[in-house]
Write a protein that binds this ligand. Structure first.
Ligand code: SF4
Length: 402
């Protein structure tokens, strides 16, 4: 039995290939001799690059091979035009993933949405469409409770029929169960919709409101950042409510997943930069209705197992500073070409890193252990300091920190 590939190469006998012959010559070098200087390596650009990668991975430094790309005009181009908050938030989660998907354009493998049950994306679309059409049909004024409920369920039935006609809703028996669940979620939403009207005195101003370009329903949004840049942001707000005098503005973003990841949103309105949508919508509301009290809420329509409800914050000066500061770190990180891999916390139960669990690029990224080592090399580097503080907090240096 051969203990390892390296042991096999050192075991003697005739080399089977030219590559094996080269590998044996390099392995035979004295320990203090740098293989990069060997003529066999210097004369072969591919081999020289492989030696450079291996050397970088063994060094304590944050190098190009860990994601230190450095500034480049192409990266500046990424920051011109209208930027989406979701896109920028992807950098905060894992800069390497942002580099692969958004800068290099590596395609994620297609996820087939053909399971026995309707998939989560489709489910979210059905709910969003139902609520948008209901608000269009119902207008801003309250109807008698029974009429409002009937109207909502009629719109839902119409959307269920449309989804079924389009196909991909899973097995008939499970689709019927799913429709019951969706109706339950919608009735809960209606109660919460009435509570907003009652408690805050607000009415829907509009749904699916675009912003970013001057011709959009809510116009453009230029956000000045503490570092001196300004960026144009755009997107589509699920729903915006105001009170009669527009002294209160409420921006709402519907979520169909669990509310667990958002539990700290009241303390940290951008969740370490990983959730920028609501904060950017709130900045838009502040720019359009200066002087109004701006409230921002994620509205949980109920995951398959979860309850509904809201989580959010008021855009006070502190929240606004936090939003602009997070955007600044992200934008400067992209412009500076700083793209370390950040796998996130290790989940012992699942046996994987939190950020890698939903990432489509585990085969492009180095192996899990190497990703973690690469992040720990990177997080000590001065180029990564601001991102590390955003992602981990300035006082939480974690293991391996300075
Ligand atoms: S596999 Fe993990 S570390 Fe690599 S890009 Fe994806 S999230 Fe980042």
């Amino acid at each position: 039995m051969v203990a390892s590939a390296q042991a096999g190469l050192g075991a003697g006998g005739e080399p089977a290939t030219g590559s094996e012959w080269i590998a044996r010559r390099l392995l035979a070098l004295p320990a203090d001799r740098d293989p990069a200087g060997h003529p066999l390596v210097a004369g072969d650009p591919a081999l020289a690059a492989a030696v450079a990668v291996e050397r970088a991975r063994r060094s304590p430094d944050f190098t190009a091979w860990d994601g230190l790309v450095g500034p480049h005009p192409f990266l500046e181009e990424q920051l011109t035009g209208v930027l989406s908050p979701t896109r920028l938030a992807g950098y905060a989660t894992c800069p390497r993933r942002f580099l692969l998907s958004r800068v290099l354009g590596v395609d994620a493998p297609e996820e087939p949405d053909e399971g026995p049950e309707v998939g989560p994306l489709r489910r979210g679309t059905i709910l969003h469409e139902t609520l948008e059409r209901f608000l269009d049909a119902a207008g801003v004024e309250a109807l008698p409770d029974a009429d409002e409920r009937r109207r909502l369920l009629d719109v839902a039935a119409d959307r269920f029929d449309a989804a079924q006609a389009a196909g991909g809703v899973g097995q008939p028996v499970l689709w019927r169960i799913e429709q019951d669940r969706l109706r339950t979620a919608l009735e809960r939403w209606l109660n919460e919709h009435r509570a907003l009207r009652r408690d805050l005195g607000v009415r829907p101003f509009g749904a699916e409101l675009a912003f970013g370009d001057d011709g959009d329903a809510l116009g453009g949004l230029e956000v000045g950042l503490p570092g001196g840049r300004s960026v144009r942001m755009g997107g589509r707000i699920d729903r915006l409510d105001t009170d009669e005098h527009q002294g209160v503005v409420l921006v709402l973003d519907y979520k169909t997943g669990d509310d667990k990841p958002y539990q700290k949103i009241a303390e940290d309105p951008v969740l370490r930069g990983t959730q920028l949508q609501l904060a950017v919508y709130a900045l838009l509301a502040r720019a359009r209705w200066p002087g109004a009290k701006v409230l921002a809420r994620y509205w949980f329509l109920g995951s398959r197992t979860g309850a509904g409800g809201w989580r959010g914050f008021e855009l006070d000066d502190e929240a606004e500073r936090a939003a602009r500061a997070a955007l600044d770190v992200i934008v400067e990180g992209i412009a500076g070409g700083v793209f370390p891999p950040r796998p996130g916390e290790y989940d012992d139960f699942r046996g994987e890193f939190a950020n890698c669990r939903t990432c489509p690029f585990p085969r492009v990224c180095p192996a899990a252990g190497e990703r973690e080592r690469s992040w720990h090399r990177a997080r000590r580097a001065p180029q990564v300091a601001r991102y590390r503080d955003l992602a981990e907090g300035p006082r939480d240096r974690g293991r391996g920190g300075p």
